[in-house]
Write a protein that binds this ligand. Structure first.
Ligand code: AMP
Length: 438
């Protein structure tokens, strides 16, 4: 492996990588504002993009779509809510259409044909979200076959889908491995592999599953890896499964200021004070829909039950709930039948509901990067949002870690009548004074 490629910086960079591994600037055409019809997409795809009401491609789409359509491998560093799903789903659909025009790729009727595109996602919610996007963007493609293979649901329907002729397969790694081992998933015709939220998949311990799946695919395939970071293990996986001339695309990273999300930190004296602050926030008239994050599944259940008792339209969402109930809860949120969701980190990843106006951290995340994913549930699709963190003194070290990770302080606020009685803790360590004073 080329040294220059091995020394991938942990921060992503806005540029391409020449075959030698040297960094080159993206052609300026890829950086200029453009319209979807300049991206070279097929009419059927353009039509669905227009139906979706998109006027211009987002940054990640403007950079990724033309690059992906050249067939090159990509490492795409993109933040949540940036439009990254369409950035890889649209080129994936292009590939399906191109294969249909290619006489050498014609498929015999009545035979099982594996997918041309395989998309791996870390959670069931995200996989279902990607499937929905594929159906939306592929709605004018006649006979498009999309299958979703995720854990927590019965095998029967998945097996039936895998027995057909597939265009796109969207899967979580664990369940796909089950189907691979039983010989039911055929991956020998995959032309494009997409790893969505690769950093999260590794956090969730899917590294070996991903390596096994990658081994089952043709080496000639194209691979697109999308991740919020390419630091550490994610960077190593990228070196391992992407070709040496993979192009790098960066749109945003965790040090971005999230300008459309107004962040605030409210200090609470104790749990009762925190609950009073929460109840006050929930009465706010500008709160359309909110996701409240807790640290544990039990806290999510208990808080949702309490809020329900005091008259809120609320439901919990966490990994301990059966998949059917999770789906129904998300559907109710999307339809606006539910105003408040009380969720844990894993379950909430991938939630894409533009009407979520507020994210409230009632329990802090275990990892600083989850803070960024949490706040990204609001301020989606160009809207603005509020992200409010309720913290007690014992949370100081986690708040410090979040601020270090994002490289920004979270502005401290108060709620009139509910101010903390104790002074706010010091969050940034000042350099020691030369005279040894305090
Ligand atoms: P994603 O980052 O893929 O989860 O997308 C975030 C949100 O942006 C979703 O609600 C998409 O429907 C929306 N979206 C994606 N692309 C565009 C676009 N070009 N214009 C407007 N909204 C978009």
């Amino acid at each position: 492996m080329d040294d220059a490629v091995r020394r991938t910086p942990s921060r992503c960079v806005v540029s391409g990588t020449a075959p030698s591994g040297a960094r080159v600037e993206m052609p300026s055409a890829l950086r200029l504002p453009m319209t979807f019809d300049t991206l070279g997409l097929n009419e059927a795809i353009l039509k669905s993009v227009l139906d979706a009401g998109y006027e211009t491609p987002t940054d990640v789409q403007a950079q990724t779509i033309p690059a992906a359509m050249t067939g090159t491998d990509l490492r795409v560093c993109s933040n949540t809510g940036s439009g990254k799903t369409a950035a890889f789903v649209l080129p994936a659909l292009e590939r399906v259409l191109a294969a249909r025009q290619d006489p050498t790729k014609r498929r015999a009727k009545g035979q099982v044909h594996g997918p041309r595109v395989l998309i791996l996602a870390p959670t069931r919610e995200l996989a279902l979200q990607v499937s929905k996007a594929a159906m939306t963007y592929g709605r004018h493609i006649a006979g498009l076959r999309v299958a979703t293979v995720v854990g927590g649901v019965p095998y029967g329907a998945q097996l039936a889908a895998l027995r057909g002729q597939l265009d796109l397969l969207i899967a979580t790694p664990g369940r796909l491995i089950d189907h691979l081992e039983s010989g039911k998933a055929i991956l020998s015709q995959v032309e494009l592999l997409v790893l969505d939220e690769a950093d999260r998949m590794l956090d969730m311990g899917f590294i070996e599953d991903i390596e096994r799946i990658a081994e089952a695919l043709p080496v000639s395939r194209q691979t697109i890896m999308v991740s919020a970071t390419f630091a550490g293990q994610v960077g190593r996986l990228a070196d391992q499964i992407l070709k040496d001339d993979a192009q790098r695309i960066e749109v945003a990273n965790h040090t971005d200021s999230h300008e459309n999300i107004e962040q605030q930190l409210l200090w609470a004296d104790d749990l009762d004070h925190k609950a009073a602050l929460l109840e006050n926030l929930l009465t706010s008239t500008d709160l359309q829909q909110a996701v409240i994050f807790t640290s544990t599944q039990r806290d999510a259940d208990e808080l949702a039950a309490h809020l329900y008792d005091i008259g809120h339209s609320v439901a919990p969402l966490h990994g301990g709930m059966p998949q059917g109930r999770r789906n129904r809860t998300l559907m109710a949120l999307r339809r606006g039948e539910l105003r408040i969701l009380v969720a844990t980190d894993v379950a909430a990843r991938g939630i894409d509901v533009p009407t979520i106006s507020h994210v409230i951290n009632f329990g802090l995340p275990m990892k600083a990067e989850d803070y960024v994913h949490r706040i990204g549930r609001t301020g989606r699709a160009g809207r603005s949002g509020r992200a409010i963190t309720l913290a007690e003194r014992r949370d100081v070290s986690m708040i410090r870690r979040i601020q270090q990770f994002t490289t920004q302080p979270i502005p401290v606020g108060t709620v009139a009548g509910l101010e903390p009685t104790r002074p706010a803790p010091e969050l940034f360590t000042r350099p020691p004074r030369r005279d040894g004073g305090p």
